[in-house]
Write a protein that binds this ligand. Structure first.
Ligand SMILES: [Fe+2]
Length: 345
């Protein structure tokens, strides 16, 4: 039995899906992040993207082989708490394990299972509040997502290490469309590993980021989008470029202590996902800077942020777009500027 981790899952397209060379076998655990609520449309209103998925998403997730869905992300509150509760109920009714939230019945932040050799594994589903998620660190009233920076999580990791339980942190974090993790992501990953996490598996960036080894632990910063259909945005219906359709899938055999990397490419027109064992040159390229020492990475990431900032500024300075520039764009650009000149922490 293997546990597979896939990236962001957000389905709006109709029709069936073909899986070409799927690595998932019956009895495997397949863990994904369900982004948006079920049975709502996706829309762009008041400067914000609201993500809904059709009921078809539940059928397709079954077809893929998903067994567990994390709901700790920044889009499950888009339509309010009622819709979040409906999502949890709909996923449960379809037979998925739903994890990463706290409601009046308590915290459902993790799932535990035993491997064939009897090893106990616990997977934690959490989200960084900076992504815009509504987490239980701010308020525990109503239904909330489990927070990536809570003492509760760090304590649970330390406890597991003491009792010989293998921990995985499946975390929604970082900045969208960035190819390299920020200092904060690396600091958090360090914290998880120091407390005892064997694997850290990230998502939310919507593109694949690199991986690094920290001691005997593996950190995968972003798996990218497993399936992410077009959605309504400021620019109308957004057809995502190729880089947002390319993802990494990780298969962990906890008994053998081995990891298998698989590339998954989603084609929304042919409605198929093509899996391959060749994760590609780009993945190695994105992993390479993570080998630099902290000073080297600090210099590298400043250049990268500066490049991103310049690219965004040029994009908005175009005569066709300059009239649309408002508080949201200034907010995003100043957030990037703060990252660029901010302290390395
Ligand atoms: Fe997200």
């Amino acid at each position: 039995m293997k546990a597979w981790f896939i990236g962001d899952f957000s389905v709006r397209g109709e029709g069936d899906l073909s899986l070409l060379d799927s690595p998932f076998a019956p009895g495997d655990i397949v863990i994904g992040n369900y982004e948006g609520v079920v049975n709502e449309v996706s829309k762009f209103e008041k400067n914000k993207v609201y993500l809904g998925q059709g009921l078809n998403s539940l059928t397709l997730a079954k077809r893929v082989g998903v067994t567990h869905f994390g709901v700790a992300n920044n889009h499950v509150h888009d339509y309010g708490e009622r819709a979040f509760e409906s999502l949890v109920n709909a996923l449960k009714a379809s037979g998925f394990e739903v994890v990463g939230f706290r409601d009046k019945s308590g915290s459902h932040s993790s799932v535990t299972f035993r491997t064939a050799a009897g090893r106990e594994v616990e997977v934690f589903f959490v989200v960084e509040a900076e992504t815009g998620a509504v987490t239980d660190l701010v308020s525990q009233d109503g239904v909330r997502c489990c927070d990536a920076e809570s003492e509760e999580l760090l304590g649970a990791l330390a406890k597991n290490r003491k009792h010989g339980v293998t921990s995985v942190v499946y975390v929604h974090w970082g900045e969208t469309n960035y190819r390299y993790p920020s200092w904060k992501m690396r600091r958090l990953a360090n914290e998880y590993v120091l407390r005892g996490a064997r694997y850290v598996v990230g998502h939310h960036a919507h593109v694949v980021q690199g991986c690094e080894k920290k001691g005997s632990s593996d950190v995968f910063y972003s798996l990218g989008n497993f399936i992410f259909d077009e959605y309504a945005s400021r620019k109308g219906v957004l057809r995502l470029p190729d880089e947002n359709r390319d993802s990494l899938v990780i298969g962990v055999d906890f008994d053998q202590n081995s990891v298998e990397l698989v590339r998954a490419v989603y084609d929304p027109v042919r409605r198929e996902i093509r899996f391959s064992r060749d994760v590609g040159f780009l993945f190695r390229l994105y992993s390479y800077p993570l080998r630099f020492d902290s000073k080297g990475y600090s210099v590298f990431i400043r250049f990268y942020f500066a490049f991103r900032l310049a690219k965004r500024a040029v994009y908005w300075l175009h005569p066709a777009r300059i009239r649309q520039v408002g508080p949201r764009q200034f907010g995003a650009l100043s957030a990037m500027l703060i990252k660029l000149i901010g302290r390395n922490k």
